[in-house]
Design a protein. Structure first.
Lengths: 111, 111
């Protein structure tokens, strides 16, 4: 079946630093989603992308739908302690009927 | 308050028993989903339902069963045939072909 890869698997950064992570697929997707999961809770939708090349922001978060349609990127600017969590990407090749999820990037923010 | 409610938060099962996890949504979403999350891994789709009285198997349906008798409810039964049921179970719902929104999960453990 389809699989998504996320990198890095985990990262430790200093408070105030910018963060970049990405998600790649071997097949083409037409929808990309980014979620954040706090411990013991369900994922919360951060950003949805629907068009190749699209760049969308949500506060300090910015995500891009890669031109090849096989990847997506998430950037977090000026990280703060509450950014700690697991960030999941999800992709769909049938316009949102079903999504496949990546394994996640675990972010730790050091004070 | 609109949202997705999963209950219970924690559930313990003896070997050989069936257990049912509850998922209720008041978002008037047509589609509902069940995922399984294991430590350090992404979400794997168990079952999904696009409409009342209809549901489809996901990638890991063996040992699980569902029903969709009402639009707002999508209970998941973990049967004794599921040999490794210990996991975090997440329910989600969405409008057709829209991003999924998640509940806060149920953590199932085997005694």
């Amino acid at each position: 079946g389809q699989q998504l890869n996320q990198s890095p698997q985990s990262m430790f950064i200093q408070e105030g630093e910018d963060v970049s992570m990405n998600c790649t697929s071997s097949s083409i997707f037409n929808t990309w989603l980014w979620y954040k999961q706090d411990p013991g809770e369900g994922p919360v939708l951060l950003i949805a992308l629907y068009k190749a090349g699209e760049l969308t922001s949500n506060g300090r978060l910015t995500a891009q739908f890669g031109i090849t349609r096989k990847d997506s990127f998430l950037n977090i600017s000026a990280s703060i302690p509450s950014d700690v969590g697991i960030y999941f990407c999800a992709g769909s090749d049938n316009y949102g009927q079903n999504f496949v999820f990546g394994p996640g990037t675990r972010l730790s923010v050091l004070p | 308050d609109g949202g997705i409610t999963q209950s219970p938060k924690y559930l313990f099962r003896k070997e050989g028993q069936n257990v049912t996890l509850s998922c209720e949504q008041n978002l008037n979403h047509d589609a509902m989903y069940w995922y399984r999350q294991d430590p350090g891994q992404g979400l794997r789709l168990i079952y999904y339902s696009q409409i009342v009285n209809d549901f489809q198997k996901g990638d890991i349906a063996e040992g699980y069963s569902v029903s969709r008798e009402k639009k707002e409810s999508f209970p998941l039964t973990v049967t004794s045939a599921q040999k490794n049921p210990t996991a975090f179970y997440l329910c989600a719902s969405s409008d057709r072909n829209q991003p999924q929104h998640f509940g806060d999960g149920t953590r199932l453990s085997i005694l």
